[in-house]
Structures are given as C-alpha cells and as structure tokens.
Design a protein around this ligand. Structure first.
Ligand code: HEC
Ligand code: HEC
Length: 438
C-alpha cells in the first residue's frame, strides 16, 4: 500500500513538473538571440540595399519590372507557344512547381527552385552555372526542354509585341525584318545554327543585346519577389524587443532551438541569413539524375566562367569589370568539395514548395529531415565507378560529404518541421504583380 502511495506521489510530482515545464517560456542565451536576429527579414528598404544586381542597371526600374512581368507570364516566348517562366515557377507554389522534375517542352533534368529572394544570391541554378539573375533567365529560354525558343525569334517578338515598352527603357530597337525567323549559336537544330552563322557580327550583336535586355527585365521583376515578415520574423522581433514571445508555440520554438544549434540540428551551418542560405554549394549526397555527366558546382563554375553572358561579357552593364566581377574572378573552380556540391536553397516559404532537393526526390519535409538523420549518400559505389570511367573530369568521387548523420529523435524532427512551417508568408507585393498582367 505504502509503495502504491509513494508511486502516486512521485508520478504526481513528475506530472506537475512536466506541466510547469511545458508552460515555462523557453529561455534563450545571448548567442541564440544574436543568431535569431541574423535570420530575421530586415525592413524592405534595408533588404533592397542587399540585392545583388551586377551588370543590370535597370534592376529597380518599375517599367523594366512591368515588362519583366509580362514576359514572365507570356507563352509566346517558347517554341510551342505554350510555355512561360510561370509554367515551372508558379506564384501559388512559392514560385516553384509541384513536379519532381519540371516539364516544359519536355521533362527537364532538375527540380524547379523557388524564386523568393533569388535576387540576394550571387549564383544561380542548382550548380551555379549563371553569375547573375539576368544571365540566368537566358538559359531556360533557349533550353530545348524548357522554352525551346531561340534568341532571334525572341528579339523579333520584342520588336513587334513589346516595342513601345522596350524602347522606353532601353532605347531604339531594330525590326530585324531582314533576318531569317529563327537563329541562335546554341542549338541542336542545325538550321537555327546555320542561320546564326550567316548573320553579320553587327546583327548578332544587336540580337544578343535585346536577348540580354529580356533577361534584365525578367531580373527586375524577380528582384521584387520578396516575402513579407512570417510568423518567425514576428516572433523574433518580439523576442528581441520584449525578452520573450509566444507568437511561436513551444514546439515551434523547440524546433528553432534545434535549427540554430551548432551541435544538435546544425542547420544553421548552411541555412543562415534572412533567406536561410549561405549562398554556397555543399555536398549533401543528393544524387544528380544527370549522372554520369552532372557533377554539381564543379561543372557549374566551368560553364559560368565561359558563358557569353557572364559578368565579364560585353552585355553586362558593368562600369568597371575589374572591380565589379570579383565574385566571378575569385570563384573557386577546382577541388573535391565542389564535386557533387549543390546550391543551398532558401527555406523561405518552404511549406509551399514540395517536392524537395535538386532532384525532387523527397515528397515532404519529414522525408528531408529523416534524410539528415541518416545522411547516407544517394550515390552508390557503381555511380562513382561509372563516373570515374566516363567523365573527362578526373578524381571524381563522393568521398567529400559536408554533412554527417544527426542524432535526432522523432519528436525533434516534428519540432524542426513545425519551425520550418513558420517561415511561410505572403509575398510583399500587390496581387496584380503575381499574375499575368492584362
Ligand atoms: C520547364 C520548366 C522551367 C521553365 C519554363 C523555367 N524554369 Fe527556371 N528553373 C527550372 C529548373 C528545373 C531550374 C533548376 C535548373 C538547374 O539548376 O539545372 C530553374 C532555375 C531557375 C532559377 C535559379 C534559382 C536559383 O536560386 O538558383 C531562376 C532564377 C529561374 N529558374 C527563373 C526562370 C525564369 C525567369 C524563367 C523564364 C525565362 C524560367 N525560370 C523558366 C525550371 C524552369
Ligand atoms: C552542409 C550544409 C547543410 C546543412 C548542415 C543542412 N543543409 Fe539543408 N540543404 C543543403 C543543400 C546543399 C541542400 C540542397 C541539396 C540538393 O538538392 O542536392 C539542402 C536542402 C534542404 C531542404 C530542401 C529545400 C528545397 O527547396 O528543396 C530543406 C527543407 C533543408 N535543406 C533543411 C535543412 C534542415 C532542417 C537542416 C538541419 C537539420 C539542414 N537543412 C542542414 C545544405 C545543408
């Protein structure tokens, strides 16, 4: 009997302690507070000062953003008149798309990333093969699996359909009437390539200039795609001014604590700053479906250095290439840590952008988090072998991994997911910007 009474008393005391513990606000150290402050979205004015707009003098011009919006939603910028940027970057899906591998003219090789906060990044694509937001846009337009268009077709479209808007921003445009209908130096279509080779250098240059300006207008539009403060940002603001906050519930706060812990979650090592990315490339062992050809950042930086539209190109409106192209000039272009490294994506509005990873291989956040607890590379030994045999890039291996398995219990994964869901908020723009303009 006595034993039973003791048991009841002990259990009761434990129960109360647990109850009080649940009610107590979590305490935050000075270090944790400083980290939380660094993850907060700044006010709009401060944020805009951090937009990276190398080579694009119209990045904050409203007329250019409006033209960019029209182009973003226009199906005529494609081979079959049925694909636009919005096909794979849908406003309702956090400007990503619900397919594992996006579908344009045909199926692409990677998953579509979110465009929120893209303007704060120095490198674009999962492998960073473009060094500016404007140069990035030129890729999908001529990619046979995406828009499948060619630059002459697009220059002609601008010279007819968009002439007044274009001229108001960039000055006079030729009508290109004396040229064939389709031409580009980059195509598997021999007719389009021949047409390009037959053009004079002056005509090629004029077409390239319009093509680059299409990219700059699209970049001006995308530079406005910034989220408004989410529940996390509101929590952070209150915590930092008032010392505590219950805007996030206890589970969400525990998730945040794990996220910023260097020992436990370790997420902060790579997902940091207001867009929760270090803008760098890391090896997590997520497999590139393009194997054995794709090799992540190692391949991406080589393409960027040789791109006809990079920071050093004549189409980049930089005043002084020696001081403005430092990011490109100093980019690391060799080393094991670049092999199979992919861009750390933003986690803003992450609840809207499933599936996840550059190959779209995880359907939901629990699967992503579960992956981090195992951190087992998706590459098999045979992949590594075949890569060694067939690739011209030597010393291929996935021996370099930037993550190690995390010792997290299933309850902690639920807490992390709850925190990730607090990073979603509407885009800080009038609805008229988020759809095809009339
Ligand atoms: C057919 C689907 C599709 C279309 C159409 C498309 N994209 Fe993408 N977009 C993708 C995929 C897939 C990626 C990732 C490709 C890669 O990394 O190799 C991507 C990457 C991007 C990125 C890089 C984001 C980052 O953070 O690195 C930007 C910006 C972007 N697209 C903007 C655009 C614009 C602007 C257009 C229209 C000109 C466009 N996309 C058309 C599917 C598409
Ligand atoms: C060593 C750097 C690193 C660490 C640490 C890290 N991540 Fe990532 N994360 C990445 C990279 C790189 C990708 C993209 C991988 C790919 O697609 O190949 C990614 C992808 C993701 C994605 C999918 C995003 C999308 O749009 O597809 C989520 C969600 C995510 N990480 C959350 C976390 C969380 C939560 C933690 C902590 C438990 C964490 N990450 C730790 C580098 C890291």
């Amino acid at each position: 009997m006595l034993r039973i009474i003791i048991c009841i008393l002990v259990l009761g005391a434990l129960g109360w302690a647990g109850f009080f513990n649940r009610q107590q606000p979590l305490s935050w150290s000075d270090n944790e507070r400083a980290t939380i402050a660094s993850l907060r979205l700044a006010d709009e004015k401060t944020l805009l000062q951090n937009v990276i707009h190398t080579g694009n003098t119209v990045w904050d011009d409203v007329a250019a953003a409006k033209l960019g919006q029209q182009l973003f939603f226009d199906n005529q910028l494609s081979k079959n008149q049925a694909v636009s940027c919005a096909t794979c970057h849908q406003p309702s899906e956090g400007f990503a798309d619900p397919q594992a591998l996006s579908i344009g003219i045909s199926t692409t090789k990677r998953h579509s990333p979110s465009l929120l906060g893209a303007a704060f990044s120095p490198w674009f694509f999962w492998d960073g093969r473009a060094d500016s937001l404007w140069a990035q846009a030129l890729g999908p337009l001529e990619d046979p699996a995406e828009h499948g268009a060619n630059r002459l077709q697009l220059a002609k479209l601008i010279a007819t359909k968009y002439k007044p808007q274009y001229q108001a921003i960039f000055g006079p445009i030729s009508d290109f009437n004396h040229l064939a209908s389709h031409a580009t130096p980059l195509s598997d279509n021999p007719l389009w390539r021949n047409n390009w080779q037959r053009m004079s250098v002056t005509d090629q240059d004029a077409v390239n200039q319009v093509f680059a300006n299409i990219g700059k207008s699209l970049a001006a539009y995308q530079s406005r795609l910034i989220p408004s403060p989410s529940r996390f940002d509101k929590f952070a603001a209150q915590l930092l001014t008032q010392g505590s906050s219950d805007i996030l519930n206890r589970t969400e706060q525990q998730g945040l604590k794990l996220f910023i812990s260097e020992e436990k979650g370790q997420c902060i090592r790579c997902h940091n700053g207001p867009f929760l990315t270090n803008n760098d490339f890391q090896v997590t062992g997520i497999k590139d479906p393009r194997l054995p050809l794709g090799s992540g950042r190692l391949e991406g930086i080589t393409i960027a250095l040789n791109s006809e539209f990079n920071c050093r190109s004549p189409y980049s409106s930089t005043q002084d290439k020696d001081t403005e192209c430092l990011e490109l000039d100093y980019a690391k272009s060799s080393g094991d840590e670049l092999n199979f490294a992919f861009k750390v994506p933003t986690l803003r509005n992450i609840s809207q952008t499933a599936p996840y990873m550059h190959n779209g291989s995880f359907d939901n956040l629990q699967q992503v988090l579960h992956f981090y607890t195992r951190a087992k590379s998706q590459y098999s030994d045979t992949d590594v072998e075949s890569k060694r045999d067939t690739s011209t890039l030597s010393k291929q291996s996935v021996t370099h991994l930037d993550i190690e398995p995390l010792a997290l219990a299933s309850e902690q994964l639920i807490q992390l997911e709850a925190f990730l869901n607090t990073l979603t908020s509407p885009i800080n723009l009038d609805d008229t910007w988020l759809k095809k303009p009339n």
